[in-house]
Design a protein around this ligand. Structure first.
Ligand SMILES: *Cc1c(COP(=O)(O)O)cnc(C)c1O
Length: 400
């Protein structure tokens, strides 16, 4: 069978096992792990030719590494992107995508509901470098139109959003952004590369925290930026190479192993998420459930159009505010309390006191992150065991 990444006859599950492989003369089955910082040249002429660009040869692992390159090829293949650069973390991907593209005097428009550190970059870091930043309520297309009525360099958005799983209309926002001259950067972590294809919806750049579903087993940190070849080569790559945001080859290798099972895991986790969302919707003391795969989700129609699954995360609100949420979480025995997500193991977090504690109470209220909200990253456990564990939380609510 062909390993040619341009062979589009194969479906994602197949491509995730075969795309991007470049075997050494030993013919190893599993991708080789090149734990090397540098590379040697046959002679001084070859070194010179490498630096002038006349010869293609690895130089130094901050610039490129064969194991990292295999991951980049496989991610680009999966995403349907022309090119990919892997980074040391997801935040490395987001910060590099923005900082490589903008300069002082530029303008950035972002959705308000962003991952905490993404919010910090837009709210605090970019303005320090002379970039004007504007936040918009993700679902408010008139707000996007107003914010994008002036020339803008970049738009950053997340859909589904963290932690409330709000769905943004990527195509409509991309149309407005392009009229303003902006590139559209989509943080696609919550959707995974399998459930949503931002590039097909008009986005220019897709960023991932590979720490989440791509490793998916809670082992290593990593990130990726995907987009057009010219932008990656001329805008992003000079930035990442010279600022040192390189992914470790060991982490890249772990993520290549993670990608082999990504389809299986995301499918099973999404089925579990749908099952527990239905369970929670009928549970005493659970006041609201937010799951894009449920018809009662506020943007259900849009989610159906834009995604091929409801996501592996569920947000829900319990009665009793912070005390209720804490009682619910503390009663769980199987589901861990952890702010990570996309892991094979189920995890809950209380956004108001952890991931989103640095956001002002007013902003949290605007985002719908009440003190009773719990974010649930649904893992691979048996759905019945998860429901039984959640039932302990429900009992704890009643006992209060
Ligand atoms: C985790 C996460 C990030 C940051 O990724 P790291 O690998 O932790 O740096 C960015 N965006 C979203 C939506 C995330 O969930």
């Amino acid at each position: 069978m062909s390993n040619d990444p341009t062979d589009t006859a194969y479906r994602p599950a197949t491509r995730l096992l075969h795309a991007g492989i470049e075997r050494t003369p030993f013919g190893e089955t599993s991708e080789a792990m090149f734990l090397t910082s540098g590379f040697v040249y046959d002679n001084a002429e070859q070194a010179e030719a490498t630096f002038t660009g006349d010869v293609v040869h690895y130089q130094y692992s901050r610039f490129g590494n064969p194991t990292v390159a295999a991951l980049e090829r496989r991610l680009a293949d999966l995403e349907g992107a022309e090119a990919c650069i892997a980074t040391s973390t997801g935040m490395g991907a987001v910060s590099s995508a923005l900082l490589s593209h903008v300069k002082a005097g530029d303008r950035v428009v972002a959705s308000r509901a962003l991952f905490g550190s993404c919010h910090w970059i837009v709210a605090n870091l970019l303005p320090r470098y002379g970039v004007e930043t504007v936040f918009v309520d993700g679902g408010d297309l008139a707000g996007w139109a107003a914010a994008l009525s002036r020339p803008t360099a970049a738009v950053l958005l997340e859909s589904p959003s963290n932690p409330m799983l709000e769905i943004l209309d990527i195509r409509a926002i991309a149309d407005l952004a392009h009229k303003a001259g902006a590139i559209v950067v989509v943080d696609n972590v919550f959707a995974t590369p399998l459930l949503q294809k931002p590039l097909e919806l008009g986005a220019d750049v897709v960023v991932y925290s590979c720490t989440k579903h791509i490793d998916g087993q809670g082992r290593v940190l990593g990130g990726a930026v995907l987009g057009r070849q010219d932008w990656i080569a001329n805008t992003l790559q000079p930035f990442t190479r010279n600022t040192g945001n390189a992914l470790s080859p060991f982490n890249a290798w772990v993520m290549l192993k993670g990608l082999e099972t990504l389809t299986l895991r995301v499918r099973a986790m999404t089925e579990n998420a749908a099952a527990v969302a239905d369970y929670l919707a009928g549970a005493e003391g659970v006041t609201r459930v937010f799951y894009p795969g449920r018809p009662d989700h506020p943007q259900y129609e849009l989610a159906q159009r834009q995604m091929t699954g409801g996501s592996t995360l569920v947000a829900f609100e319990v009665a009793g505010g912070k005390a209720g949420a804490f009682a619910f979480m503390n009663a769980l025995r199987l589901i861990a309390i952890s702010n990570n997500l996309g892991d094979a193991r189920s995890m809950v977090t209380h956004p108001a006191t952890t991931t989103h504690m640095k956001i002002s109470p007013e902003d949290r209220a605007q985002l719908g992150i009440t003190d009773g909200v719990i974010r649930f990253s649904v893992g691979l456990e048996d759905a019945e065991d998860l429901k039984n564990d959640l039932a302990r939380g429900v009992v704890a609510l009643g006992l209060r």
